[in-house]
Design a protein around this ligand. Structure first.
Ligand code: NAD
Ligand code: KPL
Length: 305
């Protein structure tokens, strides 16, 4: 029998994973942040997943971080800026040889967790699935996509990937997970800040090809300096392809700013600029973009990191 999963963060992506694992019969517990949230969850009767317009309630067992049972497999489904603090709350329960699965977008939060809990195996996940919260504990599965899972320190795939097969969660085991995460980070850096600063849908960015070209050029240099040449190859062409494919959409960062939610800028553009500095690389376009974005975020009363 597979070890139980603990899902930390019952938001959009955590809810999407938890409901699919639960209905496949995989043993699972949600970890909610405090007694009030646990009471609200119990009042809701569970997590509701809405797929293709049909909604279904899943009464997944839930507990607080300080519950007693050891945690063998922890899926961290918080935002990047909350991930380390959230793991710290359950860290005393981590079993020897536990695994921590990290769903965060961008980079930086994963490395902090690897460094702080070296006895756990950390699996990094890059997801292109789409989900959002219609209301508390009501999750809409909004877009099909893929999940790449990988461990930069150890190539061997874990046996519990069979749980994902049972749950019909799309995935691939990636030997080059850092390549996947850096590539997605670079794409997000090229598109999302410009969409916020121009207050526009992705497609309108095609009206300003020159800034996009210069950003992709600097991002490719950063990727190569970080020893990710595969993530750099053909970056501009892919950015343009994604802009065309998502022309009618507002980027996730644009949606966050419009809704007054904190962005993950510190783990996206902030991370690219930090990596450039660490490698002694001059990136004036990226630095100026970060500066303008941070000014706008502060004007909206949002954290700039
Ligand atoms: P979300 O805000 O919907 O959910 C995060 C949840 O974590 C919230 O319910 C929050 O209350 C909870 N949380 C925060 N701190 C906690 C703590 N200490 N203990 C317990 N719970 C805690 O976020 P999301 O959209 O699911 O995003 C999660 C990550 O996945 C992000 O890095 C995001 O970029 C990435 N991602 C999301 C999507 C998507 O479609 N939503 C797609 C790809 C990647
Ligand atoms: O991932 C995205 C986002 O909005 O966060 C896309 C659509 C690819 C734009 O960067």
């Amino acid at each position: 029998m597979t070890a139980a999963w603990h899902v930390l963060g019952a938001g959009s992506l955590g809810g999407l994973w938890a409901t699919r694992l639960f209905r496949a019969g995989v043993p699972l517990h949600l970890v909610l942040r405090n007694p009030q949230r646990l009471a609200e969850y119990r009042g809701a009767g569970g997590l509701t997943l809405i797929e293709n317009g049909a909604s279904r309630l899943y009464p997944i067992p839930a507990e607080l971080p300080e519950a007693k049972a050891p945690i063998e497999r922890l899926l961290v489904a918080c935002k990047a800026y909350d991930a380390q603090a959230a793991v710290a709350e359950v860290a005393p329960r981590l079993a020897k040889d536990s695994e921590i699965l990290l769903l965060q977008n961008g980079l930086g939060s994963q490395q902090a967790i690897v460094a702080r809990w070296p006895d756990s195996r950390c699996i990094f996940i890059s997801s292109t699935e789409g989900a959002y919260r219609q209301a508390d504990f009501r999750i809409v599965h909004a877009g099909r996509g893929q999940n790449w899972l990988g461990d930069p320190l150890k190539r061997q795939a874990p046996p519990w990937l069979a749980d994902l097969d049972m749950a019909d969660i799309p995935y691939s085991w990636a030997d080059d997970i850092m390549d996947k995460l850096w590539r997605k980070l670079a794409i997000n850096c090229a598109i999302n800040p410009l969409s916020v600063l121009n207050d526009c849908r992705n497609g309108e960015l095609l009206n300003h090809p020159e800034p996009l070209r210069r950003l992709c050029c600097e991002l490719s240099e950063v990727l190569r300096a970080c020893d990710q040449p595969g993530a750099a190859d053909g970056l501009e062409a892919e950015v343009l392809r994604i802009i065309e494919a998502t022309a009618q959409n507002y980027s996730s960062m644009h949606q966050d700013v419009q809704s007054g939610r904190r962005t993950e800028v510190g783990f996206l553009l902030g991370q690219a600029c930090r990596a450039a500095r660490q490698h002694g690389l001059a990136t004036p376009e990226l630095d100026e973009l970060l500066d303008r974005l941070q000014t706008l975020l502060r004007r909206h009363g949002l954290p700039a990191d």
